[in-house]
Design a protein around this ligand. Structure first.
Ligand SMILES: NC(=O)c1ccc[n+]([C@@H]2O[C@H](COP(=O)([O-])OP(=O)(O)OC[C@H]3O[C@@H](n4cnc5c(N)ncnc54)[C@H](OP(=O)(O)O)[C@@H]3O)[C@@H](O)[C@H]2O)c1
Length: 329
């Protein structure tokens, strides 16, 4: 099969190679997917670049997420999946080194779910990490109907899905953005209020939004930068779920205030989340796709041989949504 791989870590144009690799086949409990689209997430670039990750194998095919058609069923896997459009996650994660930047991938059937017609195959490649991480971060807040939820970075790949999940579960959502264009994008996902965190007083806007009652739940992508601001804004028994802490890995925690407000603080990484939580995310995504109305954002599309450009696009910080590799091109 045609594939992209790396055997050492470094800049994308230097280490990503394109060529032929052996075709994988579905082992027991697995299916093989003919990959049409491969989603690139920031952590795929960290793994390839060596940021906080060791080289995970002697040859790594990058990218966790993807979508395609099941074309081979292993023993003990559901034969009904044969020929179905599917989306998948954890392709290159949790000990697996052969990801989705390839014509084929063989993996556990549990990592694969049907892709209803409301989403294209390119959009299906956006679902894995962004939509599932957002689902986990939002549902850690428990029952959200009528509650006030704060989502930082609401125009981001995860943030945009987090707004959508919070609204689907009945919450009122305030989010942060850095431009009018990003505000419009976040509001299209359903945000009730988008605050420019570069030019506005976020705490004052949030206080006004909650009428002083406080935030019930937070989905945050920069815990280190935001924790000092967020804790005093929280309602009693509120929760903060954070999935990144980009600017400060060791922030000072206002522990007295966290305790007096009975706050829960959850750090999360999708591939280590409890299996039941990941399966609930998969089921909720499929249900919503069947109903229609879930929004996806494909930032750019790059042909498989140019996967290095896709990784560079993610690393540029300018993406809006998910950068996708077209594995049929
Ligand atoms: N733990 C997990 O399982 C998990 C899963 C997925 C992603 N992540 C991590 O989460 C981060 C975001 O991933 P992504 O794919 O959603 O990235 P993305 O699409 O680039 O989105 C990030 C968004 O956040 C905004 N932003 C950055 N710093 C901010 C801050 N301090 N306050 C508010 N907004 C801020 C950015 O826009 P502006 O700079 O214009 O504000 C951008 O819109 C990455 O570090 C990624 O590695 C972790």
């Amino acid at each position: 099969m045609k594939a992209v791989w790396y055997t050492r870590q470094g800049p994308p144009a230097e280490v990503l190679q394109f060529g032929e690799q052996p075709d994988p086949h579905a082992a027991a409990g697995q299916v093989r997917v003919k990959v049409h689209a491969s989603g690139v997430n920031p952590a795929d670039t960290y793994r390839r670049g060596g940021r906080n990750f060791p080289l995970e194998g002697s040859l790594v095919i990058p990218n966790s997420d993807g979508a395609g058609i099941v074309d081979e069923i292993g023993p003990d896997a559901d034969p009904a999946l044969l020929g179905r459009r599917v989306w998948l996650y954890n392709g290159q994660r949790s000990g697996r080194v052969l990801g989705t930047a390839a014509e084929y991938i063989a993996l556990d059937a549990d990592l694969v779910r049907e892709l209803p017609d409301s989403a294209s195959l390119l959009e299906g490649a956006c679902l894995g990490i962004p939509a599932m991480t957002a689902h986990r971060a939002v549902t850690l807040g428990g029952e959200l109907a009528g509650r006030a939820v704060f989502v930082s970075g609401g125009a981001g790949a995860v943030g945009h899905y987090a707004i959508q999940w919070a609204k689907r579960f009945g919450a009122r959502v305030v989010t942060t953005v850095s431009s009018p264009e990003k505000a419009a994008h976040a509001q299209a996902a359903g945000a009730d209020l988008a605050v420019n965190y570069h030019t506005e007083d976020v705490a004052a806007r949030v206080r006004a939004f909650t009428g002083g009652a406080g935030l019930d739940h937070v989905v945050d992508l920069d815990f280190g930068a935001n924790v000092a601001m967020l804790v005093p804004l929280m309602a009693i028994n509120g929760a903060i779920a954070f999935y990144a802490t980009r600017s400060n890995l060791q922030p000072v925690l206002p522990a007295d205030n966290v305790m007096r407000r009975n706050l829960s603080i959850h750090g999360l990484v999708l591939n280590g989340a409890p299996l039941a939580a990941r399966q609930r995310a998969q089921a909720d995504i499929v249900r919503w796709l069947k109903e229609g109305g879930m929004q996806h954002t494909v930032s750019s599309v790059h042909p498989l041989p140019r996967t290095a450009d896709a990784h560079a696009a993610v690393e540029s910080g300018a993406k809006r949504g998910t950068v996708v590799v077209d594995c049929t091109a």
